[in-house]
Design a protein around this ligand. Structure first.
Ligand SMILES: [Zn+2]
Ligand SMILES: [Zn+2]
Length: 187
């Protein structure tokens, strides 16, 4: 509808090794290393309010292909799972490889607890990666578990309420289930 480019879909080529991406057939390739496993992703814009099972709302976002940070209202805090993000509002990055899972689930858990407590205190909080599907979808599913969702339902739930493309790989789906198990065992 307007400048945020809602529902515009672009094909983006991603180099996970160098954390680069470019819009296919529009931008020059930023990496041409043939030893890399480049992937193509359909990038549609996400800037979506998601209400967690405990009624706390967060915003799940994809990175705008042109790198802009247009919002009706600036978030109070952003947790970003991709190093491309550098917005003008308070934010933190979580190390989380593209198409993968983070090495340290405890780090994820404490970052997500932080996000949740800010959101519960009334701050507008967003979580984003590049496409808004794999890493963001996995993080939102984990937020749902922290908020009371049974772990074995969290992947279906995030695909239902947020985007059918959320949680991209089997490894990420397993991470969600294991995240739930870890949480239960530490209680
Ligand atoms: Zn590359
Ligand atoms: Zn989507």
């Amino acid at each position: 509808m307007d400048s945020v480019g809602s529902m515009r879909t672009q094909t983006v080529e991603v180099c996970a090794e160098r954390q680069l991406h470019w819009v296919l057939a529009v931008e020059e390739p930023r990496c041409v290393d043939t030893h890399h496993d480049h992937r193509l992703i359909e990038l549609h814009q996400h800037l979506d309010r998601v209400v967690l099972p405990n009624n706390t709302a967060i915003t799940a976002v994809s990175f705008a292909p042109d790198g802009t940070y247009l919002r009706d209202e600036e978030p109070g805090f952003g947790l970003y799972l991709d190093p491309r993000w550098n917005p003008p509002w308070p934010h933190a990055h979580l190390e989380w490889p593209d198409f993968g899972v983070p090495a340290d689930p405890l780090c994820v858990e404490s970052a997500l607890h932080h996000v949740l407590s800010l959101a519960q205190s009334g701050k507008q909080v967003e979580v984003g990666c590049l496409g808004g599907h794999g890493r963001t979808g996995t993080a939102v599913a984990c937020l749902a578990i922290i908020s009371g969702m049974p772990p074995d339902q969290a992947v279906d739930w995030v695909r239902d309420v947020y985007c059918a493309g959320a949680v991209e790989t089997a490894e990420q789906a397993t991470f969600v289930e294991t995240f739930g198990a870890t949480k239960v065992s530490t209680q």
